[in-house]
Design a protein. Sequence first.
Length: 458
Amino acid sequence: MTDLTTLLEVGGPVAALGGGAAYTRAKHPGIYWSAVGLPISTARLLSSYGSVMEACGLTVTPSRLRVLAVKATTRGEVRPVPPRRGIIRPTTTGLRLRLRLAPGQEPADVAASAERLRHAWGVHAVYVTTVKPGVVDLRLVGYDVLRKVRMPRKAVGGCLQVPVALREDATPFVRDYRVVPHGLSLGATLSGKSMYLRHLVAGLAPQPVALVGIDCKRGVELAPFASRLSALATDPDQAADLLPVLIKEMEDRYDLIKARQRIAPGTPNEEITSDIWGLPEQERPVPVVLFVDEVAELFLVATKKEEERRDEMVTQLIRLAQLGRAAGIYLEVCGQRFGAELGKGATMLRAQLTGRVCHRVNDEASAKMALGDIAPEAVSAACAIPAERPGLAVAGDTSGGWSRIRTPYLSLSDAAETCRASAHMVPDLPALKPFRPSVPVQPVESPASVVQPRPVTG
């Protein structure tokens, strides 16, 4: 009886501790990793590093000098040599470890063994990055960081840079318009495409940038940000009037570059290799970012007259995509599908959009439209995005690289408030003033008076 009582007294706190650990791991994985997962994984790595590397085939035959030194000092067995390990650096989401490869090894050998290393050291994932020839960086992620996204505190963007999502290796995904000038975002309804666009607008709002929107869904996506927009078109007719103005603005900027750099006036725009960033800061025009939401609405036509208008708008969008970067005009195109079935010029426009972000789609063909021509192996990853994880996407570019990302939640009211607080950042562009959306004045409630009215006497 005494032994049973003692067992219950000891087992109660142990069960409570185990239940608390399980709850923390499920609801607060970051805290669980820092308190439990980090020490355990570090101990596993330190104690089994040599044997794990040998089992993964990442060791090489030691040099003759090393063999002679071992035999002369210890007379023990000469074991294969693993890559030289650097200092283990813990992070809030995992571990970082730098390896110096042995002669004859390459980063692809380590990347091929990433899944084995993940199981051997008890972490969620292992990612390999080449630092320089012969040196790789191992990033060990302790838990699924995309389940509940928390952006790193150091994810601060610069001019035309917006940390818009989190990668699966716990690094921020930064949308940099200076590096990738034009982008395409595809996704089905409720896939998180609007949240991605919302983060872009809110991230660019405090920057000295002109924001222009084309939202043919009557402005339901971009109208809440009207206080920060320099121009907004809410139907194809308005878009047909706005696009020629942007083309004229682009041509004027090319004329400015020609005049400043003394380029012959008759030189075609296609042969001008410089851009506005080479101009003095006091003469440099403000960058323009054009958001096109639901691009299919610009392609769909019902009559012959609408078809002519469509062809003209598509041609103007293609010109902006081909020549706009040097003039400081960048495109961000969003839609559910973007294939040749939309009509003439769709494929040509898509080819100019370097950055690709594919959210959950309804069929494999839609994923191929976004990623098939730049990273075919990413198509299957895009098709595997579950519906219960909105905001999860596959991002790639023309370099062939791709990664899974997820956008954190941002309410529409918070994004609109950021735009209202940055309304003073709207630049002065006379050509766009006719298209500036009207912002209703918020009524100011008068404070309640503390003075009591005098009673009425008869």
